[in-house]
Ligand binder design. Structure first.
Ligand code: SAM
Length: 252
């Protein structure tokens, strides 16, 4: 029976992939995905038809996956991190809807999103309420993005910035930092994680004042602490508030 798996493959390393994602890949006749992600899971796809497309071809990937499922194949559409977080899941479900492909069984397989992968390498920065904001203004107007950054900064959310910078989008991270500095001191801890759980992994602990002196790119996730976040050793920690309510963990 035909089926479309929409699979979040996690941040990169095979060990960070869920068991269900691995099983789902094993059940597929065809794998469709962005070439970098297909390369990351190559070792699980031997003997399968593999269709790898370019970065800007998201619509083509979704169309292809739906067409192949309608031909009766078991298709795996792979997406990095979690497929539903700025990933292919929404587009694929919309493609199924447009094509009225109600006969195709669908399973969305969750994956470890970049924000969790990055947070794990930094320590525990997401211990309280947070907002994830993509700085990509290719599909969302910049004024909407600014409004969201302002609201998150004003409300003391920990802020996770996805898509902070690319070859063409060079000023957005600076502007986001400027807005956040209007509500938080320059000493606010910041973590920049590039290529989490992939070759070239880089973890930087810094603060709002100095964050721009570190490199950020298409594979970086930026985590900006709230007013309670602090750095201890090489770990970023946002307290949940236990000690405030119950006192020290090890009273004298
Ligand atoms: C289109 S979004 C994909 C998000 C993905 N679906 C998820 O669940 O995290 C691409 C952005 O995710 C972040 N990202 C993806 N993989 C990453 C990794 N291995 N390390 C750090 N950031 C990553 C970067 O901010 C990048 O610009």
């Amino acid at each position: 029976m035909s089926k479309l798996y929409i699979i979040g493959i996690g941040p990169g390393a095979i060990e960070q992939m869920t068991l269900r994602a691995r099983e789902a890949i094993g059940e597929c006749d065809v794998i469709v995905g962005y070439k970098t992600y297909v390369r990351l899971i190559e070792c699980l796809a031997s003997g399968k038809e593999v269709i790898s497309l370019g970065m800007t071809e998201e619509i083509e990937r979704a169309r292809k996956a739906v067409e192949l499922a309608l031909e009766g194949k078991v298709v795996g559409l792979v997406s990095s991190g979690d497929a539903g977080v700025y990933g292919m899941a929404g587009l694929a479900l919309e493609a199924l809807k447009e094509r009225q492909a109600d006969t195709v069984a669908v399973e969305v397989v969750p994956g470890v999103p970049a924000l969790c992968a990055a947070a794990s390498l930094l320590g525990a920065p997401l211990g309280h309420d947070f907002a994830a904001i993509s700085l990509s203004d290719l599909l969302t107007e910049w004024k909407t993005i600014e409004k969201r950054i302002m609201a998150a900064a004003e409300s003391d959310f920990i802020i996770v910035l996805y898509n902070p910078k690319s070859g063409k989008r060079t000023w957005q991270l600076e502007r986001a930092r400027e807005i956040i500095l209007g509500h938080r001191p320059g000493t606010t801890p910041v973590g920049l994680v590039t290529s989490a759980y992939r070759e070239g992994e880089k973890v930087v602990l810094t603060d709002l004042e100095r964050m721009l002196s570190h490199e950020a790119g298409m594979l970086t996730t930026v985590i900006i602490g709230n007013l309670s976040t602090y750095i201890h050793g090489n770990k970023l920690i946002t307290p949940r508030g236990y000690q405030k309510k119950y006192g020290p963990l090890f009273p004298e």
